[in-house]
Design a protein around this ligand. Structure first.
Ligand code: ZN
Length: 306
């Protein structure tokens, strides 16, 4: 499977190559050398936009990069599974990170490139089972009782919906992403968890087991859109990386940034803790793409390049 950045680089390279060929084919026509064969003449109209995907198959809870070259002139969107996604223009291309929700039904979908609402190209995408297991989790009653405060839980959901719902129409990061802390996964994304015998709900992030006070570093550049205490997630930082990609860092003991602040890759966002609904010190790391929670580890691997 092509990685997201690699696929994008290949497409841009292919695009640049085509432009170069066209430029060189113009050369002979302006010299006194014999007229070139008709096949070397530049085509009078630009080629239609072509849609490419970073993969033809994706697990539930992961992300596929869609790139269209050359960039269509009009308003562009990409559609998957009946939902439209915003795109970002970069050079002669437009791109969209397409999340595959955890609960997306399995099967083959058409990813459609739309220009001014009209379909101009399509590629198939097969959605396969994410293979997320179930588990039971037991927390001390005093910690678990946080779940019972419905109003506080709803307020947290409202704040997160605002932070995770924005779309910045450019990428604010460059290059590979890095782990926010260096530690083992203690609970992966997507696991259906029952807390103290309650209903099963999917784990919304990746838990990384590291000691209290460990610095949490921005895995990529972006802008802080939330830095405050949340009811269940405790002290939290949320970073908007642009292009619909947003990441969250939770249960912190300390926050090192302010809302509105720009952060660079590797900059400290806060320190690991166990605030909120946490059984002990760990980092709960979330990645949200166009409003859909995805597996941070799968995202990290796909965006790291070859
Ligand atoms: Zn967690």
């Amino acid at each position: 499977m092509l990685r997201l950045t690699l696929a994008f680089a290949l497409l841009l390279a292919a695009c640049g190559c085509a432009a170069g060929e066209q430029a060189s084919s113009l050369g002979p026509a302006s010299t006194s050398s014999p007229a070139p064969a008709a096949s070397l003449l530049p085509t009078p109209t630009p080629p239609p936009p072509r849609l490419e995907l970073s993969a033809s198959q994706a697990r539930q809870g992961t992300v596929v990069l869609a790139v269209a070259v050359p960039a269509p002139e009009g308003l562009v969107a990409v559609e998957l599974g009946g939902r439209r996604y915003l795109t970002v223009r970069e050079g002669n291309a437009v791109l969209a990170y397409l999340p595959v929700p955890l609960d997306q039904h399995l099967g083959t979908y058409q990813v459609t490139l739309l220009e001014n609402g009209r379909a101009v190209d399509q590629r198939p995408l097969e959605v396969v089972d994410g293979g997320y297991p179930r588990e039971q989790l037991f927390l001390p009653p005093a910690t678990a009782s946080l779940l019972a405060d419905v109003a506080a839980v709803q307020e947290e959901q409202r704040l997160l919906a605002v932070a995770y719902g924005s779309f910045t129409a450019q990428r604010l990061w460059q290059g590979a992403w890095h782990m926010p802390v260096d530690g083992p996964i203690s609970d992966p994304f997507g696991v259906r968890r029952s807390i103290n015998g309650g209903p099963y709900t999917p784990h919304t992030g990746t838990d990384l087991a590291v000691a209290e006070g460990t610095p949490v570093l921005a895995p990529a550049g972006g802008r802080v859109v939330l830095a405050r205490e949340l009811h269940l997630r405790g002290l939290s930082v949320v970073v908007d990386h642009g292009a619909g990609v947003i990441s969250g860092y939770h249960h912190l003991s300390e926050v090192s940034v302010q809302e509105g602040q720009t952060v660079q890759a590797g900059q400290e966002l806060g320190k690991v803790g166990s605030t909120g609904l946490a059984g002990g010190p760990h980092l709960h790391w979330e990645v949200v793409v166009s409003g859909v929670r995805v597996d941070p580890m799968a995202w990290l691997q796909s965006i790291s390049g070859p």
